[in-house]
Design a protein around this ligand. Structure first.
Ligand SMILES: *Cc1c(COP(=O)(O)O)cnc(C)c1O
Ligand SMILES: [Zn+2]
Length: 413
């Protein structure tokens, strides 16, 4: 597996230790397809991969041959992500307006798809001998990263927005990471942490929402969807969108599977945002090529409230190039979809996941999806952890964004 990174936008290449984002500003990912040919002697032309023989108990590590891990582990650090089911939800077809299948990623060890990317990021950092791992999160990624860092014996620093609900922080605190609630611009926090990693002497590896290792792990959800679905894959895959890291992984996966001859037609990729915070849908509607930050309002979909998404432009490209699209839905539609999922399909999800089903309904109503379309919706996070009766001791300190590097230096010393 190549260790080289490539910019999907301008084609520049880098080594994995150099950086996570391109000089042009766009995010990097692993250069598995060698799109414009190898120019540094590393042979990445053509993507060779076949469905694995391993049984499904290996979870996402079944696809280790397609992952940037040395000595493919039979399991990475901690509990094994992946092998979540894919099932038809006929009872919701009428509501959804198409033939709906669900992929409940809340069944992953810490309750969201984030575990797939975390397992690769933490596994890589541990193998490379790093002591510290960090992340910037609304909650699910912090929980996931804390858990896998604990399993790998790494120290973990997580930075969350100051208004992250205490119940979430309490769940995270069980894994004993260093948690900081940061007052300041969440979009800037993402870039500031990567700048600290690149420019300071601190040895903290950040596995933020769309970093190459995370995207590599998260692509396995689409490998699973295509393998579970059968030879042709579904007509469309729909997911909720925040940073665009998940969307990038899914796009990468379907391109790789097509290159490997395992997928004849790439499914249309549709992404759904919450109306009050929808920078990518706004750019899509305006027919722009670039996503820019928006002013956002309150939404119940807290896990996807990123008004300045670091992989927004890449996600926009994914939607356009696969013939899909990007829409946003009001919170009331999300509430209705969340209730239908629980009452009709027996699946409890958090609002940020229900957004995708509300999006499917809206796409059907507008005629974009047809009643006989086979649509897979990724339900990104479990609904069972929001209201746990936990001891609310979050152990989080509140800090200012300007103090980020000093605070990190103080704990890593
Ligand atoms: C992180 C998250 C998302 C958004 O994923 P991105 O990669 O940031 O676009 C969606 N749903 C849930 C439950 C999440 O935790
Ligand atoms: Zn670039």
């Amino acid at each position: 597996m190549t260790r080289r990174l490539r910019c999907y936008g301008c084609g520049r290449t880098y080594s994995i230790v150099e950086r996570k984002r391109c000089e042009c500003g766009e995010p990097l990912w692993f250069d598995t397809l060698g799109e414009t040919g190898a120019d540094d002697g590393e042979d990445t032309n053509g993507f060779e991969f076949d469905w694995p023989d391993e049984d499904w108990t290996a979870g996402m590590w079944r696809y280790a041959d397609a992952l940037p891990v040395s000595d493919p582990p039979s399991s990475g650090p901690g509990p094994i992500p992946g092998t979540t089911p894919l099932f038809r939800a006929e009872g919701l077809d009428e509501f959804a307006g198409c033939r709906l299948s669900l992929k409940p990623e809340g069944q992953n060890p810490t309750g969201s798809f984030k575990d797939r990317g975390t397992a690769v990021g933490v596994g890589y950092a541990a193998a490379a001998g790093h002591d510290w791992i960090g992340t910037v999160s609304h909650g699910n990624m912090a929980l996931s990263t804390s858990a896998y860092a604990a399993a790998a014996g790494l120290e973990c620093a997580v930075f969350v927005p100051a208004d992250t609900p205490p119940e979430r922080l309490a769940l995270i605190a069980r894994h004993d990471p260093h948690v900081f609630r940061v007052e300041g611009d969440y979009g800037a926090l993402y870039h500031d942490t990567l700048a600290i990693e690149r420019e300071s002497d601190l040895d903290v590896t950040f596995v933020n929402s769309d970093t190459p290792l995370r995207v590599a792990g998260q692509k396995t959800v689409a490998y699973e969807i295509v393998e579970q679905y059968g030879p042709d894959g579904p007509d469309a895959i729909v997911l909720p969108l925040s940073s665009g890291g998940h969307a990038s992984g899914v796009w990468k996966a379907v391109r790789e599977l097509e290159a490997a001859g395992l997928l004849e037609t790439v499914p249309q990729l549709y992404f759904v945002q919450a109306g009050p915070c929808d920078p990518v849908a706004t750019a899509y509607r305006a027919d722009r090529d670039e996503v820019t930050a928006v002013d956002s309002g309150e939404t119940i979909a807290v896990s996807i409230a990123n008004s300045d998404p670091p992989s927004g432009t890449r996600a926009l490209r994914a939607a356009r190039e696969t013939g899909g699209g990007v829409v946003s839905v009001p919170d009331d539609a999300t509430r209705e979809a969340m209730a239908r999922l629980a009452e009709t399909a027996g699946v409890s999800v958090e609002p940020s996941s229900a957004v995708a089903v509300a999006g499917v309904r809206q796409l059907s109503e507008s005629g974009e999806l047809a009643p006989d379309d086979d649509v897979v919706t990724v339900l990104t996070g479990s609904g069972y952890k929001e209201r746990y009766d936990v001891d609310v001791d979050s152990r989080a300190r509140t800090i200012a964004l300007e103090d980020l590097e000093d605070e990190l230096a103080a704990i890593t010393d």
